[in-house]
Ligand binder design. Structure first.
Ligand code: CUA
Length: 364
């Protein structure tokens, strides 16, 4: 009897929790309400089955409870019930799977007029590329990737010269027209996910994956990585700003093209040494693991770094000077600060980049 009551309470509690819970889907900001519909159908089917099975169990536990004068009957076969269960299960499974197939058909069919945008993932940051005025993304190759060319742009491809490169923490997109998001990873599996868009897709090293959506609701949303990609996975975040076409165009015009970035580097201009160092830190992805405001992260914070005394993993201490910083950048695992895992990859910066980065670190 007690067990039957517990089962009933469990069901009632779960249903109440669902209706009273404050955790609902975020307002949708794309055309993918089909995905919400599929989710709802699956949820309702599972919910009905959950309630029915538990009530049935509670009923059986009570109805067929132990009595001295009663014995269980042996009934190895019940054709009618088997048919019944087969049909019921089949209908339930079809109801859950069929809508997904219709949505998938829409999902893989990108509208012809979709604009191209590329998201590039690396441990542990996002960067973005737009095709520029010609509407064509330039070719890329891992062989071209270095500190000056983090996107691996082919310098000889005329289509790539006007590509707009966004190394900052935001992607902007215009409302109302379909977007084809191309996804590329520099290292391991990642997954591009904006909950308000609903659609998501893995990034797989060595191939270009994609999905499409039409932004419908203006706002600033979190971009997450939804595939465990290492210690800093949770810091792999960015923002997606959906806005009117005019605001989008104004923002895009402030971002550098590939040609711009190369010209700046050649002239070695672009602000003070520390400002150049900040750009190096951003393009190398350092800020994915090192905060500049003192907040804890994967690696030690950069706030007040210069002159600080750090305790190393072997118990010795070191005063952070330029020499120690240089070593920590090129051979990170030589002296690990106590309490941090030895996971930072070595960075090969040229002399100018190194000097700029050190100047930036000393300025914090
Ligand atoms: Cu990238 Cu998780």
């Amino acid at each position: 009897m007690a067990l039957a009551i517990i089962l009933v309470l469990l069901v009632v509690g779960s249903v109440l929790f669902h209706f009273l819970s404050p955790w609902y889907l975020t307002p949708i900001a794309s055309n993918w309400n089909y995905i919400d519909d599929t989710l709802t159908i699956t949820f309702i089917v599972c919910g009905i089955v959950f309630v029915a099975i538990n009530f049935f169990m509670a009923y059986c536990v009570y109805r067929y409870r132990y009595r001295k004068d009663r014995r269980a009957a042996y009934e190895p076969e019940n054709k009618r019930m088997e048919w019944w269960l087969t049909v019921f299960t089949t209908v339930g499974v079809i109801a859950m799977l069929a809508p997904g197939l219709f949505v998938w058909a829409k999902y893989v069919e990108v509208p012809d007029n979709a604009r191209l945008v590329e998201a590039v993932g690396q441990q542990w940051k996002w960067s973005y590329r737009y095709p520029g005025a010609d509407g064509i993304l330039g070719t890329v190759d891992i062989r071209h990737m270095d500190g000056r060319n983090p996107f691996g742009m082919n310098p000889d491809d005329p289509n790539g010269q006007d590509d707009v490169l966004v190394n900052g923490p935001e992607i902007h997109l215009p409302l109302g027209s379909p977007i084809k998001m191309l996804l590329r990873s520099k290292d391991v599996l990642h997954d591009f996910y904006v909950p308000q868009i609903r659609a998501k897709m893995d990034l797989v090293p060595g191939m270009i994956t994609y999905f499409w959506f039409t932004p419908t609701r203006a706002g600033r949303y979190d971009v997450l990585c939804a595939e465990l990609c290492g210690t800093g996975h949770y810091t792999m975040r960015s923002h997606m700003v959906l806005e009117e076409e005019s605001a989008f165009n104004a923002w895009l015009a402030t971002q550098p093209t590939f040609a711009d970035t190369q010209a700046v580097k050649v002239a070695s201009a672009g602000g003070s040494l520390a400002e150049q160092g900040r750009q190096v830190a951003e393009s190398q992805g350092c800020i994915g693991c090192h905060s500049i405001d003192g907040s804890p992260s994967v690696g030690p914070t950069w706030k007040g770094l210069a002159g600080r005394t750090e305790t190393l993993a072997d118990g010795s201490t070191v005063v952070v000077d330029d020499e120690y910083l240089m070593e920590s950048i090129s051979v990170p695992n030589a002296s690990i600060v106590a309490g941090y895992p030895p996971i930072m990859p070595p960075y090969q910066l040229d002399e100018g980049e190194m000097a700029a980065l050190i100047a930036y670190l000393n300025s914090l």
